[in-house]
Design a protein around this ligand. Structure first.
Ligand SMILES: C[S@@+](CC[C@H](N)C(=O)[O-])C[C@H]1O[C@@H](n2cnc3c(N)ncnc32)[C@H](O)[C@@H]1O
Length: 238
């Protein structure tokens, strides 16, 4: 009997195998993600995560030795893939959701990743942990745009990080849940550019990726968000 007072979560493991044939060689990467049998956000792999992970896998050469931060990581499939591809990874989730931070740590443990840092970072809060982050090359966010009232908080955090790291990029995938949602005005207000990355350009335009049943029938999009450069701003004024 567990007398600690803490309930042991029921865990199931989902395996993802990414494959690509490159220079006449078949390369593959297999990761196992522990999911908590609980229908809350951040407890299992969301459809957007496998699409972002596929992008990371197909851009793995760019990730070698890069410093990567994942926001709202939950069970952290993209962060785990980035780390296995040679990036120095920091996983984060809300400070108000210690169970998700536990999920981040569990995913690292299961994949033998001992040099990944896990931090509580709440969107929209400029905390000491956010300010003290090292220099970043890539910021990841899979399905972090799902509650319209949180969009600006996510954007504020990303804008803060891109101002500190003007050459960094925010790679994000999201599920289309409503035709009314638009981030254009927010990106303009926070002086950021966004480019859509078409899923077929990285072989993610499929219902089943990495040997999983995800993303299924969900419509997922990907964007790369960067800070507007002085040149972009001048072009806008002209
Ligand atoms: C829809 S889940 C996506 C989880 C994971 N990225 C994936 O795609 O599988 C949203 C994640 O954002 C986290 N989150 C929600 N609100 C947050 C906030 N205000 N600050 C930081 N993380 C937050 C949740 O804890 C959860 O892990």
């Amino acid at each position: 009997m567990d007398t600690s007072g803490a309930e042991t979560p029921s865990i199931a493991y989902k395996v993802f195998t990414f494959e690509e044939s490159k220079n006449a060689r078949q390369e593959s990467l297999c990761v196992s993600i522990p999911e908590v049998l609980d229908p809350q956000y951040g407890m299992y792999v969301w459809p957007s995560a496998v699409v972002l992970a596929q992008y990371l896998w197909t851009h793995r050469e760019q990730l070698r030795d890069a410093t990567v931060l994942e926001l709202g990581a939950g069970v952290s499939l993209p962060g785990v893939v980035a780390s296995r591809c040679g990036a120095k990874v920091i996983l984060s989730d809300s400070t108000r959701n210690p169970l998700c931070l536990e999920n981040c740590r569990r995913s690292c443990e299961v994949n033998g990743l001992h040099d990944v840092d896990v931090l509580g970072l709440t969107w929209g809060e400029i905390s000491p942990d956010l300010v003290l982050l090292p220099k970043l090359d890539v910021i990841l966010g899979s399905d972090v745009f799902y509650e319209p009232q949180d969009f600006e908080d996510v954007i504020v955090t990303v804008a803060f990080l891109l101002r500190k790291n003007p050459r960094a990029q925010f790679w994000t995938t999201y599920q289309q849940r409503s035709a009314d949602w638009s981030m254009e005005a927010l990106l303009h207000r926070w002086n950021m550019n966004c480019v859509e990355v078409r899923l077929e350009t990285f072989a993610a335009d499929k219902a089943e990726l990495a040997g999983s049943s995800l993303p299924g029938s969900h419509s997922i999009d990907m964007m790369i968000i960067t800070l507007k450069s002085g040149e972009d701003e001048q072009r806008h004024i002209i």
